[in-house]
Design a protein around this ligand. Structure first.
Ligand SMILES: *Cc1c(COP(=O)(O)O)cnc(C)c1O
Length: 396
């Protein structure tokens, strides 16, 4: 139905090959060093990365684990949160925020999000507190921190533990302070597509509490204090040395890559200024690291297909809210329970966003997007541009 623009190159959603091309020599050297030294399990690079990443987060300790999900779960376990306890989080996150709570044996309780920031609404959060509530997991979604000051205030009043889900926000700042140092503990993911990504799975738990750091260190390594002496029933959830070696190289570029993402976000905002595309707001307190650039449009699915026909690849984060997932059927939620999250799930779309994007590629994305939404012809995209489908219903 929509003509293909076969002549044009693709705009991928992320481009990890382009990132590797820029740092290949350093990566290859770090990986082969680890292999030559046969230093695979809790090796030197793990220890060094932990120190460097803690410093990056302006926190005292970082403990490398095998995923962001593990970082969340082990942090909960380190605080003895488990069966009978409730932990409040947002329903518009990747499912891992809730799964970690479930895997620790506790019950996830959801609070809807603030319509401007996409992060947990503090008033809704307060309403969700019960005598069983033990912890809060605010999610720094799309790279933007949740509003942490009122969350910490609330937590103090109710004696709750707060664990930041910083899996999308490596390097973001809240009132000038780095995420990872804003609460009792924080979880980071190094899934390849994250702002800081490994070449496989990885994660880190970050804290200023030495006892919690020690506990997670043991939890990830069979509950071992010293070899073959097991203080409790721990797990095998370690960060691979090979991944740590990759992460040490990439960490040196993270500030630069995040700065590039910020520039790209500014460019998108400028190009969409006069369109009916709803662009994301950076909260006054925030310095976002733009893990994702999420806009809202009507006719989202047709919009996505249209961009795809023009070689532009987008994502949806996330199409089904966690409380409506079959995996959480037993919590008994129904449509209507979290209206902001549910409404946005129908309208959000994540545009290409990665450090290696160029102004030309961003212009191509923006032109195609505006063309679809506002029905205006673009001058740069070319004379072969198809007649854009017009939006017919009321727009936001
Ligand atoms: C990626 C992600 C996780 C999980 O991280 P994994 O490393 O994939 O286990 C958790 N929460 C959020 C918000 C994420 O984006």
């Amino acid at each position: 139905m929509i003509p293909m623009h076969t002549a044009q190159s693709q705009v991928p959603f992320v481009d990890l090959a382009a990132q590797y091309a820029a740092i290949a020599e350093e990566i290859d050297a770090a990986v082969s060093k680890t292999i030559r030294e046969a230093d695979f399990i809790l090796g030197r690079a793990v220890r060094l990365f932990e120190e460097e990443f803690a410093r990056f987060c302006e926190a005292q300790f970082a403990t490398g684990v095998d995923s962001g999900t593990s970082a969340l779960e082990l942090a909960l376990r380190a605080y003895d949160i488990g069966p009978g306890d409730e932990v409040i989080t947002a329903p518009n996150s990747f499912i891992a925020s809730a799964l970690a709570i479930s895997h620790a044996g506790a019950t996830p309780v959801f609070a809807d999000i603030d319509a401007d920031s996409y992060t947990i609404d503090v008033a809704a959060l307060e309403m969700a507190i019960t005598p069983r509530t033990k912890a809060i997991i605010p999610v720094h979604l799309y790279g933007q921190p949740a509003d942490m000051d009122p969350i910490m205030e609330l937590a103090e009043r109710h004696q709750l533990v707060v664990i930041e889900d910083a899996c999308q926000a490596h390097g973001a700042r809240y009132k000038g302070r780095r995420v990872g140092s804003l609460a009792h503990a924080a979880a980071f993911s190094f899934y390849p597509g994250k702002n800081l990504g490994a070449y496989g799975d990885g994660g880190a738990m970050v804290t200023n509490d030495p006892a919690i750091a020690k506990k997670v260190e043991m939890l990830r390594n069979y509950g071992q204090q010293e070899k073959y002496h097991h203080m409790f029933r721990g797990y095998n959830r370690r960060l691979d040395t090979l991944q740590a070696a990759v992460l040490r190289v990439k960490l040196r570029y993270l500030e630069k890559w995040n700065a590039a993402r910020r520039q790209h976000a500014g460019r998108y905002r400028f190009l969409f200024e006069k369109s009916r595309i709803v662009t994301p707001n950076e909260a006054l307190y925030a310095e976002s690291v733009w893990h994702l650039y999420v806009v809202r449009v009507s006719h989202r699915d047709t919009f996505k297909d249209y961009l795809s026909s023009r070689g532009i690849h987008c994502g949806i984060h996330y199409p089904v809210p966690v409380h409506l997932q079959p995996a959480y059927h037993d919590l008994g939620h129904k449509r209507g329970d979290f209206p902001v999250t549910e409404d946005y799930a129908q309208r959000i779309i994540s545009l290409p966003m990665y450090a290696e994007l160029t102004p030309e590629l961003i212009a191509r994305v923006a032109e195609a997007a505006v063309e679809f939404v506002d029905g205006t012809r673009s001058s740069v995209v070319g004379t072969m541009a198809p007649e854009p489908p017009r939006a017919t219903t009321t727009l936001p």
